[in-house]
Design a protein around this ligand. Sequence first.
Ligand code: GTP
Ligand code: MG
Length: 275
Amino acid sequence: MRYAQLVVGPAGSGKSTYCSTMVKHATDSNRIVEVVNLDPAAEHFDYEPLVDIRELIHLDDAMEDEELQFGPNGGLIFCMETLLENCDWLEEQLGDVDDDYLLFDCPGQIELYTHLPVIKRLVEQLEKWNFRICVVFLIDSQFMVDGAKFLSGTMAALSVMVNLELPHVNILTKMDLLSKSARKQLDNYLDPDPHILLAEMRNVKSRWHEKYAKLTEAIGEVIDNFSLVRFCPLNIKDEESIDNILITIDNIIQFGEDADVKIKDFDEPEENGDE
Ligand SMILES: Nc1nc2c(ncn2[C@@H]2O[C@H](COP(=O)(O)OP(=O)(O)OP(=O)(O)O)[C@@H](O)[C@H]2O)c(=O)[nH]1
Ligand SMILES: [Mg+2]
């Protein structure tokens, strides 16, 4: 079994920073975590990638091609499709090391995760290669500090969850940039209570809410009733905060737990036999 975090989220939400932060944190606790750069347009990141999609195809290749004539967004989709067509290349680059733990630093175009099939197909490949995957959806906490934005961010997280159908963690990034009052505001939402959100939206003059108060309320309640979406705050300046996130994800993909799981599986038939 191998382990992977698929790090996704809107442009600039902090995906590449998250990856380098996790690598440093893991190294400090004697763990090896490596990053695969899947962003064909990446210009800067603070880690040494194990695999880099730009060695296969760069966004400029798609955009400068006389025949293709892609813009930046179509070009990106083209690059991701090229990656899928060259699965052998990726498989070879990834190697085949048991217990490997990789972070896939993905591009920032949200449509890749909300409704296009290309990332989903990549996930299916990774699963064939024995990866147990957790989607890590990052969203900038600064865009989550009022009711309407929080609701809209929640809906974005939900579309990614529905589209990718994988174990999933939502992370609020850049908590270090929030003012004290903004952080307090956000704390109210983190244990999501749609009534707090709604009461607040009622106070804010919003054309949407005036017209669709009942709809907003219904969406809020559905999300709450099904415990669909939760957010974990991440402050990269606080080791404990980083550690909490890593532990949460490790648990989800059962990293380091396999030994226990095997023992349990082994014991169960015996117990049944005794009964
Ligand atoms: N203060 C602070 N800045 C952050 C944090 N995370 C990211 N940033 C900054 O936000 C900007 C974008 O961060 P990136 O990590 O490149 O974001 P990204 O999601 O990889 O961006 P794209 O790949 O372009 O979609 C950079 O200037 C980072 O330094 C954080 O936790 N705290
Ligand atoms: Mg990036």
